[in-house]
Ligand binder design. Structure first.
Ligand code: GDP
Ligand code: ZN
Length: 332
């Protein structure tokens, strides 16, 4: 078997000692396109890898057995350009999945080992609707992944949008979500966001144009991701990539960008399950008269009561009804 030299740093950080090591390395999947998996090793070097043999997860059929965020072992195939062969997949903490195509029985894993999920929004140019935010949070709850709401472009908000921002911040904070309000343009509150991201693997999603690329460029100097002029940001071109990509953060941790993925992931939910993922509705539901209450029009519904009394936000409740209705239509 071929042997490779590995660098070892001495205490002052200089690379000075070289030792022999076998050619098995460990790393994390950064990106995957078809049959290639780009793996970042523990020294930050990137390797284009293929998969050896079969990796199967019990119970699901996936188009990609190894996903972005996965920790893998791989064997070096060649040094220039760097190519490897993935031989081992470490156990996953969790993973986010969607159906490969609309009617397919196969699934596609969007990301693995996710610590938290950010929905990036803006109140203007373009406006993110709260239904988009709430759908995202419902999915995050279903995966038991902590959700964070991030509002960008606050430099553009006038007085009335600032009021709206404050109202929404209060609503989501009260439910228990972290809320962060930033401007990638002026840099306002970016430090606060960075401390949320530090040492964690974070999935980020947002509607096109909210400033995801700008944010990544801002917090990872030198990443040079192409941003779009606002006028074009709404148009989703045919050739926009739909591959998730993991970006290592210089201060520790990483963000997994999920372009072109509306909301994130997909969970097949029973209609009775949806309100479980609205924490404040779930809490109120314990005092509904009927145990199978869907909180639509049932008598003795404590959820409706709390909406009327202003304890549950009426916008959140409307979004719950909307998600419920979509679900009922889908399974009719
Ligand atoms: P993406 O589609 O989410 O990746 O959005 P981009 O990062 O490409 O940004 C879309 C447009 O919004 C670009 O023209 C950015 O310059 C602009 N933009 C991003 N963040 C901000 C911000 O905080 N304030 C302002 N005024 N513009 C921003
Ligand atoms: Zn009820």
């Amino acid at each position: 078997m071929q042997k490779y030299n590995d660098k070892i740093c001495n205490q002052s950080g200089q690379t000075s000692i070289f030792v022999k090591k076998d050619n098995n390395l460990e790393g994390t999947v950064k990106k995957s396109t078809g049959s290639w998996y780009y793996v970042e090793d523990t020294n930050g070097e990137e390797w284009a890898c293929k998969i050896k043999g079969k990796f199967r997860i019990k119970g699901i059929r996936t188009t990609n057995p190894v996903a972005v965020g996965d920790n893998v072992k791989f064997r070096i195939v060649q040094e220039t350009p760097k190519e490897g062969l993935i031989t081992d997949l470490k156990e996953r903490k969790n993973y986010i999945i969607r159906r490969a195509t609309k009617l397919s029985k196969e699934s596609h894993i969007i990301a693995a080992n996710v610590d938290q999920a950010i929905v990036m929004a803006s109140l203007i140019y373009p406006e993110t609707f709260t239904l988009f935010i709430d759908r995202f949070l419902v999915t995050a709850e279903a995966y038991r992944i902590p959700g964070i709401v991030l509002f960008n472009k606050i430099d553009l908000y006038d007085e009335s949008l600032m009021e709206k921002l404050e109202r929404l911040t209060n609503i989501y904070t009260k439910i228990g979500y972290q809320v962060c309000t930033i401007s990638t343009k002026t840099g306002e509150n970016l430090d606060q966001l960075k401390s949320l991201l530090k040492h964690r693997q974070t999935v980020i999603a947002g509607n096109s144009g909210v400033g995801k690329s700008s944010l990544i460029n801002e917090i990872i100097p030198g990443s040079n991701i192409k941003t779009k002029p606002v006028s074009e940001a709404h148009k989703t071109g045919k050739h926009t990539t739909t591959f998730a990509e993991r970006h290592t953060l210089p201060f520790g941790g990483c963000i997994i960008d999920t372009p072109g993925i509306k909301g994130f992931g997909l969970v097949d939910m029973h209609k009775e399950e949806i309100y479980h993922y609205f924490p404040e509705i779930f809490e109120a539901s314990s005092d509904c008269k009927f145990h199978n209450c869907l909180h639509k029009n049932e008598p003795g519904c404590n959820v409706k009561q709390q909406v009327e009394e202003g304890f549950i936000d009426s916008g959140r409740y409307r979004n719950y009804l909307s998600i419920l209705q979509d679900n009922e239509e889908k399974y009719r």
